[in-house]
Design a protein around this ligand. Structure first.
Ligand code: SF4
Length: 239
């Protein structure tokens, strides 16, 4: 294959941080939208790190509607990390089964066992220790810190990455390593000093309800005036 000379390759877009006024406007609009349209979900009324962990692992690649009944059933059968750690593995797998992706219940039980063995059945609240668990990545660590321990921790799942990319970047490869790094940095600078819990929940809801992957609701979107993707369209061709 003939290599394209360096000078003729398409230049990568410059990845710039949103300016402070843009950040403030985004936060205000997002939190206002969330106050009106945010979903009432059971894991938003708890600060139990285990409950948050269960919801986050269940929500990986599964729709909220399917997770809701299973979340309640799971916590009924395995109400704590201790209970999950000592549960029969077949029982754990059977309880999870309709959600698919059977690696996830095994991963969850392995986290529970490690938490019991090393931390007296509790999840730690610092990022480095959370990341030391196999099965807890940067997103899940951020969710546990932000939602359970109410720390000022950023999150970036698929939905949030799509929202931030469309609004603040608009071009380039959204899946590249450099872009992901940039979007994590954007998620961090976007966080308000207060209301981090609501802000992160709002980001996830906005990506799940308005700025969806296909057919985003740009015509009713409160961000459209500032959205780089919307301003340069068409959106549906974009990830
Ligand atoms: S205008 Fe469209 S692409 Fe931009 S944030 Fe809103 S829904 Fe997403």
């Amino acid at each position: 294959m003939t290599k394209t000379p360096r000078s003729r390759r398409a230049a990568a877009p410059t990845l710039e941080m949103p300016a402070p006024p843009d950040r403030r406007r985004f936060r205000t609009r997002l939190l206002t939208w969330y106050g009106r349209h945010g979903r009432d979900l059971p894991w938003r009324t708890t600060d139990d790190p285990y409950h948050i962990l269960v919801s986050e692992i269940m929500l990986q690649q599964t729709q909220v509607d399917r997770v809701l009944p299973k979340y309640h059933e799971w916590l009924g059968k395995f109400p704590s990390l201790h209970a999950l750690a000592s549960a029969d593995e077949t029982h754990v797998a059977d309880t999870w089964r309709p959600l698919g992706y059977n690696i996830r219940p095994r991963r969850l039980q392995a986290i529970a066992r490690e938490a019991v063995e090393k931390y007296d059945g509790r999840l730690p609240d610092d990022e480095a220790t959370l990341l030391s668990f196999k099965g807890i990545g940067q997103y899940t660590a951020g969710a546990i810190r932000s939602f359970a321990f109410r720390q000022r921790a950023a999150i970036l799942d698929t939905n949030v990455a799509r929202v931030l990319f469309r609004i603040f970047v608009g071009s380039g490869d959204p899946k590249s390593h450099a872009m992901k790094k940039h979007l994590w940095a954007v998620s961090e600078v976007m966080m308000p000093q207060k209301q981090v819990f609501d802000f992160n929940q709002a980001l996830m809801d906005f990506g799940a309800m308005v700025c969806v992957a296909r057919n985003p609701k740009c015509l009713v979107c409160p961000m459209s005036k500032d959205c780089l993707s919307y301003q340069t369209g068409p959106i549906n061709a974009r990830p």
